[in-house]
Design a protein around this ligand. Structure first.
Ligand SMILES: Nc1ncnc2c1ncn2[C@@H]1O[C@H](COP(=O)(O)OP(=O)(O)O)[C@@H](O)[C@H]1O
Ligand SMILES: [Mg+2]
Length: 264
């Protein structure tokens, strides 16, 4: 589904602030593969997602989605096939619009121009059905403005919006990091449910080591712009958080700087 080849990204090229944020990254994801990404601050995790989704132009390499070379496609074009959820709950939804309006906009992404105007009864039923999945009672609040919702409710809604038209790839960048632990867990299990039911090819960045092993089918660890560990199968099944930290320190020669990664 997704293939990233020899990807490099340099910020502020030629200046004294030059930063090689991604160094020759190679990554292939099969259909329905759910990969978690972990790594310290500044490891290049978000940059990788931003390069895949077309926010940043890359300096070297090739990105293929579903056998189509998208390396030079603009972000808006890629966004038709790539769903994203960010850390900030305010980012994914329109505050001043109702739940129904927000879902309609996301749903219209899959329709051709001209057919976008009306929301049919059928659409509403689908929205209600999807909202019921969240188990937050939002199906009874379709006409409520999104600005009235809590951060967790907004993230859950954003996740629905990102997947209501099945994306070829779902990118989640610490999408539960800003939430209370209880609602974070709820949004994570909802993520798992949607990803497995829809068989979505998914990359999920998390700062939580435990979650990185608990969710998904494969775990990648990044350090200084490189993928330094790629765990799957038995190796991953037998991995513990303690051994993951040990491996990280051994391979990187660095100590884990980030308490956040160990908590939770
Ligand atoms: N827009 C940008 N301009 C300049 N440097 C950036 C930009 N985005 C990220 N970086 C740098 O690239 C490196 C990787 O950042 P990032 O991908 O955000 O890390 P992570 O998400 O793993 O914490 C960091 O050193 C960061 O400062
Ligand atoms: Mg980041």
């Amino acid at each position: 589904m997704l293939r990233v080849e020899s990807l490099s990204k340099i910020f502020s090229k030629g200046s004294t602030n030059e930063k090689l944020a991604l160094r020759d990254v190679n990554l292939s994801l099969g259909e329905g593969e759910f990969v978690t990404i972990i790594g310290g601050n500044g490891a290049g995790k978000s940059t990788l997602m931003n390069c895949i989704s077309g926010v940043y132009e890359i300096d070297n390499g090739r990105i293929t989605l579903d056998s189509t070379d998208i390396t030079f496609d603009p972000e808006y074009k890629r966004s038709r096939h790539i769903g994203r959820v960010f850390q900030d709950p305010l980012r994914g939804t329109a505050h001043d619009m109702t739940i129904e309006e927000n879902l309609s906009i996301a749903f219209a992404k899959g329709k051709s121009v001209g057919l976008q105007a009306g929301v049919s009864k059928k659409d509403i039923n689908l929205f209600k059905e999807r909202l019921q999945l969240l188990d937050l009672g939002l199906e009874n609040r379709l006409k409520h403005k999104v600005g009235l919702l809590s951060g967790g409710q907004r993230q859950a809604l954003t996740l629905l919006m990102a997947t209501i038209i099945k994306p070829r790839l779902l990118l989640l960048d610490e999408h539960t990091a800003a939430l209370d632990p209880t609602i974070a867990r709820k949004v994570l299990s909802l993520t798992r449910k949607i990803v497995s039911e829809e068989k979505l090819c998914t990359l999920m960045i998390t700062h939580n080591m435990k979650a990185s092993l608990e969710y998904g089918t494969r775990t990648i660890m990044m350090h200084e712009g490189r993928i330094m560990m790629d765990l799957q199968g038995h190796e991953r099944k037998d991995m513990t958080v303690d051994r993951l930290i040990e491996q990280f320190e051994k391979r990187s020669g660095a100590e884990l700087d980030n308490d956040r990664m160990l908590l939770g």
